[in-house]
Ligand binder design. Structure first.
Ligand code: ATR
Length: 276
């Protein structure tokens, strides 16, 4: 039963109506029997109104969690009382916690990448190729460097790869051809290439993927991208984009509730919401 004591969490974005976070979090509240204590909603908010939302959060004692999607996750940083050093380094806050009127910003996207990767590979000293140098790449590269992986970054706009590589002590590479991909233990797509409706595209057109590689995509629609299909065909271990989505959510659940996330329940809710 929702009451005056129920705490609420809201995901904001523009647009936000397709967000899967409410489904994942509310399913977890129900499973743990804390759906009287927490409820998770979504609201469309223009970027120019992010400041007003943050001010409301500070004034509302039951407004426990504020989740931000792109580009709000950069905008929100201006208005918080404290930002976790990891979120500062990544340059984005996707989760704001209201701690008795003190608003604290965190980033859980990097954990979304790291948790599934660590299930399959010990990253220390491994060679990793990151495709892309945008916002998602920053969280992925942070995760990899936190485990002391050797990271090479390539990007359509090469200057951005150079800049990101400089910041996180990685190697930039202008062009990747088929044979180059063989030397990497892990290859991660952080670009939007292959996302529906252009689902026949792959960020590595000519690739020589091989067994014993880990191939990860952050694109989750379609569930199995062309890039992952290439990896599967080569006998590599593949990690679907839904894994990153799930694990940024489980880490966020723990920040908002202080309770261990029921990973399987949240995964099922995610799959149901995606009709998988
Ligand atoms: P996000 O926050 O989701 O990472 P972003 O910051 O806009 O979004 O970054 C998108 C990434 O996908 C970038 O690396 C972008 O390359 P550019 O820096 O050259 O723009 C990459 N990307 C998007 N569309 C692409 C395409 N058609 N081919 C290659 N790379 C593409």
């Amino acid at each position: 039963m929702i009451s005056a004591q129920t705490q609420f969490c809201i995901i904001i974005g523009d647009p936000v109506s397709h967000s899967l976070s409410p489904a994942m979090h509310n399913a977890a509240y129900i499973h743990l029997g804390i759906d009287n204590k927490f409820v998770y909603l979504g609201s469309n908010v223009k970027i120019t109104d992010v400041k007003k939302v943050v001010e409301s959060m500070r004034a509302m004692s039951n407004f426990r969690g504020l989740t931000c999607t792109v580009p709000h996750k950069i905008e929100v940083m201006k208005y918080l009382d404290w930002i976790d050093p990891i979120a500062k380094k990544i340059g984005a806050v996707n989760s704001v916690v209201n701690d008795g009127g003190i608003l604290k910003g965190y980033n859980t996207d990097w954990l979304g990448a790291l948790i599934p990767l660590k299930k399959h590979i010990l990253l220390e000293n491994k060679k990793v190729l990151v495709l892309g140098a945008g916002g998602a790449a920053r969280a992925v590269v942070y995760a990899l460097r936190s485990e002391k992986a050797h990271v090479t970054i390539t990007n359509r706009t090469y200057e951005k790869a150079i800049e990101l590589a400089r910041e996180f002590e990685c190697k930039p590479k202008e062009k990747i051809d088929g044979a180059d991909t063989q030397i990497f233990d892990v290859i991660i797509n952080t670009t939007s290439v292959g996302m529906s409706p252009a689902k026949d595209n792959s960020p590595l057109e000519v690739s020589a993927l091989r067994k014993n590689q880990v191939i990860m995509d952050i694109v989750y629609s379609p569930y199995e991208t062309q890039f992952l299909k290439q990896g599967k065909k080569a006998g590599a271990t593949i990690i679907h984009g839904t894994e990153m989505l799930l694990h940024q959510g489980t880490a966020q659940f723990e920040l908002y509730t202080g309770v261990k996330a029921p990973v399987e329940v949240m995964g099922k809710a995610l799959f149901d919401a995606l009709s998988l």
